[in-house]
Design a protein around this ligand. Structure first.
Ligand SMILES: [Zn+2]
Length: 280
């Protein structure tokens, strides 16, 4: 359970706010990857946007956004999200996830897509509204279907060229307009691996703010076909015995959680080796 409770509204004048600062879409932290105190942000000057986006352990969470080209003073650095995993609490990470997606929304919706006017942030709902034609731009959420394919005690895992060395994960892809989540999963797995799947079971979902995805996770069974890796996206693909898996993504990812769950559900009597992941 997370201690973060999302909300939305105008900034409040309270001294106990936790401020999440962004330069454009870039999250800013202190030299030890810590959340900066408000006093440290004074050198950045006045922010261009400020919004309350939730509470964490009862403290108001406010995000402030400065222009992307703002000069960053010494003592402040660009946040590395992978560095924060394991160091920040789940509540802090959930707050960051929401503010990160709102920052991307501000950054990518400065002007009206219909008439070109400068958009204004509404304070009663998360919307950027055009004062000229009334068009509203809401935070963009991009659904991604992700599937763990099982064949007996084997799991289908693949490597994309941008993964850290040695790391394999489950197959995933963006939902297309007009497509159901199940059909997206069938299509993505067919395109990336050449195989057909069956018995699609819901696992869960996870907001993934890099920059605005919603991961929709399923566990499925192999149905037919031979593995043929999609050359443009897949560096290596294969069936792995669930007790002899390669290094996996971080335990905070839904991919790791699906693999861990399926191993314990199906293979609890044959497991000898612990899971390894990219931060080990
Ligand atoms: Zn407009």
């Amino acid at each position: 359970m997370s201690d973060f409770v999302p909300s939305y509204g105008a900034p409040q004048i309270v001294n106990t706010s936790l401020v999440f600062p962004f330069a454009g879409e870039t999250f800013l932290v202190g030299l030890d990857a810590e959340l900066l105190p408000v006093t440290a942000l004074r050198e950045l000057g006045a922010s261009s946007e400020a919004i309350v986006f939730g509470t964490l352990n009862g403290l108001v969470c406010e995000m402030r956004v400065w222009p992307a080209d703002t000069a960053i003073p010494s003592g402040i650095v660009k946040g590395d999200y992978r560095q924060l995993w394991g160091r920040w609490t789940q509540g802090q990470l959930d707050a960051l996830s929401r503010s990160r997606q709102l920052a991307a929304w501000f950054h990518q919706n400065r002007f009206c897509g219909v008439c070109g006017q400068t958009l204004k942030t509404r304070l009663d709902e998360p919307a950027r509204e055009c004062p000229s034609c009334g068009f509203k731009a809401y935070p963009r959420i991009s659904p991604v279907c992700i599937g763990l394919v099982l064949k007996g005690t084997e799991m289908l895992l693949a490597r994309s060229p941008h993964f850290p060395p040695g790391v394999y994960s489950t197959l995933a892809g963006f939902l297309e307009a007009g497509e159901s989540a199940e059909n997206c999963l069938r299509r993505e797995i067919r395109e990336e691996s050449g195989i057909e799947i069956q018995n699609i079971r819901w696992f869960g979902s996870q907001a993934w703010p890099y920059p605005h995805s919603l991961m929709i996770g399923f566990i499925v069974d192999y149905a037919a076909g031979e593995l043929v890796a999609q050359e443009s996206e897949i560096e290596d693909i294969g069936w792995f015995e669930m007790d002899e898996l390669p290094r996996l993504p971080h335990p905070s990812t839904i991919a790791f959680q699906m693999i861990d769950f399926a191993r314990r559900e199906i293979g609890s009597s044959v497991l000898n080796n612990p899971l390894r992941h990219e931060s080990d």
